[in-house]
Design a protein. Sequence first.
Length: 75
Amino acid sequence: MILELEALEAEVASVIRQVAVWTMELEEVNASRLQIELASIDFELIQLKHNERWRRFLADHVPAEKLLTLSSVSS
């Protein structure tokens, strides 16, 4: 009975260690996922700002009739 109890305690300790390892790995994955999501948001904001600056540049420096030609070519 004592040997069975010790074996069971060893097994429980092993499971606890493995769960701790998995928990740490999940925390690392979640941290990495968060960094990827933040980078994606940053990229989207940079892209939006670039598009707005480009639109303003074109509006300020390119005649309207050429803008229509450019927009029909890019579509």
